[in-house]
Design a protein. Sequence first.
Length: 278
Amino acid sequence: VYISEIAYPEVRGLLGSCVQLMVVIGILLAYLAGWVLKWRWLAVLGCVPPSFMLLLMCCMPETPRFLLTQHKRQEAMAAMQFLWGSEQGWEEPPVGAEHQGFHLAQLWRPGVYKPFIIGISLMAFQQLSGINAVMFYAETIFEEAKFKDSSLASVIVGIIQVLFTAVAALVMDRAGRRLLLALSGFAVGWGPIPWLLMSEIFPLHVKGVATGVCVLTNWFMAFLVTKEFSSLMEVLRPYGAFWLAAAFCIFSVLFTLACVPETKGKTLEQITAHFEGR
């Protein structure tokens, strides 16, 4: 959400995709570190990046959109100068946005319920593709597939994830979100794009609550899929579990074509106006 609010439209896709790129790089590093470290030291190593983030975020300004809703125009201009190097091309939030908190009654408005449905659905479909089950059980899957070195195979999967997520970051603002969701594989499309779209589609006054619900949906589904994956492989056999994941992938593509708008090159205010029919 922070990235989407500080980035101008031409690079918002690139910067938003870097979130997933960092995730898959972290997974790859965990696979590599797992070869040489015991799990306790692996957990300690995992504390290093968030510690750096905690320190470095102290140097970052609040987002200009938030500052404008708080009537802190001078601070907002200073933040824009720091982030963009200029104040040109900025579109201010709608008048009165600072007075609009989230209320359940707002769910009847198209500008709120439409992005809510899209955001929650994208997060659910991302996890129902089975990606986290594959990543968490990669070594077991390759062992059952009779690979000689299942650990090496897991690392190769991690490398492929990193390479194609990097490709996604480079092509996101050219190909568009909708096309990549409909046509690509996971690391190029369904990995980074649901997170990016979640940060783009909600109006400012409900963004905090809405993104929180979407993230909750994502991790609940991740927990559910990961927990039940081994049971599914026992009941449906491995090929049945993968066919089920494939069916969800097909449903996700159909949902994209029917419901997800293109946000490439649009300001956050233009995206909100689209959902409201303006």
